[in-house]
Design a protein around this ligand. Structure first.
Ligand code: D38
Ligand code: ZN
Ligand code: CA
Length: 525
């Protein structure tokens, strides 16, 4: 008799036989069904309490007590008329992480499916031990510690900006007490979620044991990552690039520096809005002709960052790790490049006077040095202090790219070799004075800032040829960051540089005397 044999089966088998199963999947370790479908209920199930009764009747199948262990999270009716009851398993009100369980009831009131993950052992293991020893704040602290960051590191507010312009904090911290299944043994844990964009995109899920503070599990749910790409520069040279991959797109976005921010490169796509859009690529090889300017702006910004960081320990232009942003393809045939107070901007050139201006390391160093000057000496950009500001940019352009004393030779007049925009060694060759006797009194170009810069440029050239690059750059950096002020004129610059030379090498040193004679030669006392 079928009746008699059914009765001799264990309760679970008997219940399953009644269910007219179409599909069944079982969670092997937990021995509860992860998916059942068919006509699971004999009676009509049309209320929450009827669902609970169904689960109670089938407790031998599901192996949790629905009344004590399951809490309804949501009840949704869909367009086919099915009702989906979503539960979470919990112990003493503490949810078991990931233990979502759904009962699906069709339009006729039959339980048509159940699925999700239940934890039959959780209740017996954890009941009565769901009181945390750690505070949630302590768990959050331990979570930050485990990824070697603090919330401060990940907040992108820029300290140099006035308060109304401060970006909102971009870091989200959540902490929830859960029961965590670590390889079949249950732990009371804080699930700490740390989400931030900088210094890298992250959605950390960190399980901190709520009794002893140990890290039970930890992973970053964002697949974004810093990557190493490649590209072709303005002059056709191949180079390695620090890029970033997000959702299958590669960005000129360098998170590898010990900055607060990043080095990031945009394109204005021949328009005039700034910053434009991120420069992107689909295969991390930025090799198309239109990407060449982007590649060099990004690569050389990194080089200049490294120069200031490695030579002087200066972390970006603000010495607080500020983001270095560049935009290329600004306007059409634009024969210039500039620092606008917040970022660098590069034209493509007209192809005759200039090719893409980011293609020259000395040009990039010139522009980024304007940012350094702005945040240090603050030299007013007119008349002598302005010409000195220009000269500081040209001089550090040289220090970053010491092959020659020309400015911009790599991008100026691409059809002609051996020329540049300006020359530190021979300013006259480019229409600039090299001594005070040639000083140009004018109100154009902010009082001749790109003309009279020839005078301090020549003094820098004479200094370098006498004492070498290494001593000269130390003296210039020390003078710029410690002795120059917004109103420093040529004579004050001489004094500032002499003071820096005295600090570094002694006031009786030959180095000191070389600086003095360089300024004597250009007629500045
Ligand atoms: C020369 C010619 C055409 C245009 C320019 C110069 C020509 O020979 O026909 C315009 N120009 C470009 C530059 N200077 N003037 C060069 C760049 C350097 C760094 C490559 C330069 N730019 C200025 C700067 O950074 O000081 O010096 C831009 C200042 C803009 C301020 N509004
Ligand atoms: Zn300049
Ligand atoms: Ca040069």
């Amino acid at each position: 008799m079928t009746q008699a044999s059914a009765a001799s089966l264990p309760k679970e088998k008997q219940l399953l036989q009644k269910m007219e199963l179409v599909q069944q999947k079982w969670d092997k370790e937990k021995s509860s069904p992860s998916f059942l479908s068919g006509k699971l209920s004999a009676n009509k199930v049309q209320t929450e309490s009827a669902v609970k009764s169904f689960l109670k009747e089938n407790e031998a199948v599901y192996k949790v007590n629905p009344n004590a262990d399951l809490t309804l999270l949501s009840k949704e009716k869909d367009s086919l008329g099915f009702t989906h009851y979503k539960y979470i398993q919990s112990v003493d009100g503490v949810p078991v992480d990931g233990a979502d369980f759904i009962v699906h009831v069709d339009q006729k009131g039959n339980v048509s499916a159940t699925n999700g993950t239940l934890h039959p052992e959780a209740s017996s293991q954890m009941k009565g031990s769901t009181k945390a020893k750690l505070s949630s704040q302590k768990a959050v602290d331990l979570a930050w510690k485990s990824i070697k960051l603090t919330k401060k590191d990940t907040d992108a507010a820029s300290p140099a900006m006035p308060a109304p312009f401060k970006k909102p904090e971009n870091t989200s911290v959540k902490q929830d007490l859960v029961i965590f299944d670590k390889e079949g043994s249950y732990h009371l844990a804080y699930k700490v979620q740390l989400q931030f964009i900088k210094p890298y995109g992250a959605n950390w899920q960190i399980y901190v044991d709520a009794k002893d503070g140990s890290i039970l599990d930890s992973y970053n749910a964002v697949s974004d990552a810093a990557t190493t790409g490649s590209g072709t520069g303005v002059l056709g040279d191949r180079k390695t690039l620090n890029t970033y991959s997000s959702n299958g797109t590669y960005y000129l976005y360098d998170t590898t520096k010990p900055m607060n921010g990043v080095i990031e490169t945009f394109t204005a796509s021949n328009g005039s809005s700034l910053p434009g859009s991120y420069s992107v690529d689909s295969d991390n090889n930025f090799s198309s002709t239109t990407q060449r300017a982007d590649v060099d702006a990004h690569y050389y910004a990194g080089k200049v960052y490294d120069y200031y960081y490695n030579k002087f320990g200066r972390n970006s232009y603000d010495n607080a790790g500020a983001t270095i942003r560049s935009t290329v393809h600004y306007s059409r045939n634009y024969n210039n490049a500039y620092w606008n107070g917040a970022q660098m901007v590069y034209g493509d050139g007209d192809g005759v006077t200039f090719t893409s201006l980011s293609g020259a390391l000395d040009v990039v160093a010139h522009e980024l040095t304007h940012a350094v000057t702005e945040r240090t000496a603050g030299l007013n950009y007119q008349y002598q202090s302005g010409a000195l500001n220009e000269s500081i940019s040209d001089t550090f352009g040289f220090f970053n790219d010491t092959g020659d004393y020309l400015m911009g030779e790599d991008v100026y007049t691409p059809g002609r070799s051996g020329d540049g925009l300006r020359s530190l060694s021979n300013p006259e060759a480019y229409g600039q004075p090299s001594t005070m006797s040639g000083y140009v009194n004018t109100s154009s170009d902010n009082g001749g800032v790109h003309t009279n810069s020839g005078i301090p440029n020549k003094a820098a050239y004479l200094t370098v040829t006498k004492i070498g690059v290494s001593a000269a750059e130390k003296i210039y950096y020390r003078a710029l960051t410690n002795y120059m002020t917004p109103t420093t004129n040529f004579s004050n610059a001489r004094a500032a540089l002499l003071q820096a030379a005295a600090d570094l090498y002694g006031s009786g040193s030959s180095t000191y005397n070389s600086v003095k004679s360089a300024w004597d030669t250009v007629g500045v006392y």
